[in-house]
Design a protein around this ligand. Structure first.
Ligand SMILES: [Zn+2]
Length: 253
């Protein structure tokens, strides 16, 4: 299984438009972060987790010209706004499968009503096949995917386990029962927003505590704000098996 980090930034990305913060002005490419998303590929299959406003450029940058579907964590803009840009895939492949909690599907139907329209549909609009994700395992082709429920402030969010890989973002609270589902996983990706606490995201300290509970072989931090600091400097402070993810990073599991 190959994982490509398409974006590792928080909702505004890094740099933030107009920001003079040193991290936003950094020339290190690892400090440039598009909105958070990963490409998960195995056999001949490719699935994207979330498709935020940078989706088009992320697909171009990763040279990804087919996808088997999109799996959503939740409905916030930084995770869904690129849905219109599935058009090139739709024109080539036909209807695109999407997987999400029923509340997220409802939100997508509202925001992208023309994609879900069944009457007088605009000819250039794509069509999706909606698949409802409940908090129990489901199949993507030949692979079982296990949803992991958490809270983003008070909003329910799904992370996902694909074999020995677990991807959780926008988490602030995860119960011990849900943590059990990912204990001892080989690679864990978890959100770490910044140093200071935040009401809906793990800060660095909380992310490291979470990693201690899950005990993965290796962990990568994502959904990073400029307030976490420079990539190079922050990484030096991390435990040996914990790394900051960066855009374009590829790992094979
Ligand atoms: Zn987010």
């Amino acid at each position: 299984m190959k994982i490509t980090f398409l974006g590792t930034g928080t909702s505004q990305g890094i740099p933030i438009i107009g920001s003079k913060h040193p991290v936003c002005l950094s020339t290190d490419l690892k400090d440039k972060r598009l909105r958070v998303s990963v490409l998960v590929a195995w056999d001949d299959y490719k699935y994207v987790i979330d498709c935020g406003p940078d989706f088009r450029y992320q697909m171009l940058r990763a040279k990804c010209d087919t996808i088997n579907g999109i799996v959503f964590t939740h409905e916030h803009s930084d995770h869904v706004l690129g849905l219109d840009d599935i058009r090139p895939f739709y024109f080539k492949q036909g209807d695109i499968s999407i997987y999400a909690h029923k509340r997220v599907l409802k939100s997508l139907r509202k925001r992208f009503d023309y994609i879900f329209a069944t009457k007088n549909k605009y000819p250039g609009a794509p069509t999706v096949i909606s698949n409802r994700v409940k908090n129990k395992p489901f199949k993507l082709k030949n692979l079982e995917v296990i949803p992991v429920k958490g809270l983003h402030d008070t909003l329910q969010v799904f992370g996902y386990r694909f074999n020995n890989f677990a991807y959780l973002t926008d988490m602030k609270t995860v119960s011990d029962k849900e943590i059990k589902k990912i204990k001892g996983v080989k690679v864990l990706v978890i959100n770490a927003l910044r140093i200071a606490p935040h009401r809906s995201h793990f800060n660095l300290e909380e992310a490291l505590q979470f990693i201690d509970k899950v005990k993965p072989e290796t962990a990568y931090l994502t959904h990073i704000s400029h307030l976490l600091g420079f990539h190079e400097e922050v990484e030096k402070t991390l435990p040996e098996h914990v790394f900051l993810a960066y855009d374009g990073l590829e790992i094979t599991i």
